[in-house]
Design a protein around this ligand. Structure first.
Ligand code: SF4
Length: 228
């Protein structure tokens, strides 16, 4: 461990939220507006908390058949400087798994994330799940090969295998997020089809940024209104 690692560990409260990975994949600017500038703070952070609370009982634990189920587990990775909660962690008896001295048995570790909608076209859900798996790997000293998302709309579980290539890409992505966060850097608008469905479009104001300044934007709007 070098000096920079020591600093990272001591600033745990500054670690990025794993739930921000979905925003970063959707649009880097959207992520920065929420997680750096804290715009939409109340909506996102309150809503996120409520959803998490509705979905799973905080810290609950149960045994189902021979499976152990841990709910709403706080997780952290000091290497990646990320933190969050894992909705469900299933421990399945597995002779090839990892020995848990508390239970005196070997288990494989299987993270499950609950999602309100249906499977997304992008990879944000599986990247979030992988980030959770990597936190658990660091915390428990285990290796996790796969996990699943449960979608309320389809009432189905989709399982994802974590490849080495996905791991590399996620590490690079989180490095980029941490760099932006450390520099408090908000990327410029990159207008795309996503802006239409973006929950932050009224705060981001992509038209203003395209015009270069607020005054230019106002000028353009006045001209348009005069013409129509
Ligand atoms: S409006 Fe467009 S550029 Fe702005 S945050 Fe949303 S998706 Fe990103």
């Amino acid at each position: 461990m070098d000096d920079s690692d020591t600093v990272k560990v001591s600033n745990e409260e500054e670690y990025l939220l794993i739930s921000g990975i979905q925003h970063f994949i959707f649009c880097r600017r959207q992520w920065a507006l929420i997680h750096i500038e804290r715009l939409w703070e109340e909506n996102f952070f309150t809503l996120d908390g409520q959803i998490k609370h509705e979905k799973v009982d905080e810290g609950a634990y149960e045994t189902k058949n021979d499976k152990k189920i841990l709910r709403s587990l706080s997780i952290v990775s000091h290497k990646l400087r990320i933190q969050g909660k894992c909705d469900v962690v299933e421990l399945k008896p597995d002779p090839e798994g990892f020995y848990f001295s508390k239970y005196k048995e070997k288990y494989s570790v299987y993270p499950v994330e609950y999602k309100r909608g249906k499977p997304k076209k992008d990879e944000s859900d599986k990247m979030q799940l992988l980030a959770e798996a990597m936190c658990l790997e660091e915390m428990l000293g285990v290796r996790i090969e796969e996990g699943a998302c449960f979608y309320f709309e389809t009432r189905r579980r989709e399982s994802f295998v974590f490849t080495a290539e996905m791991r590399d890409r996620l590490i690079k992505m989180i490095e980029e997020m941490n760099q932006y966060y450390d520099r408090k850097y908000t990327p410029q608008v990159k207008k795309s089809h996503k802006c239409k469905s973006c929950s932050l479009k009224n705060l981001c104001l992509p038209e203003i940024s395209e015009a270069g300044s607020v005054s230019k934007y106002m000028e353009k709007r006045i001209q348009n209104e005069t013409i129509t």
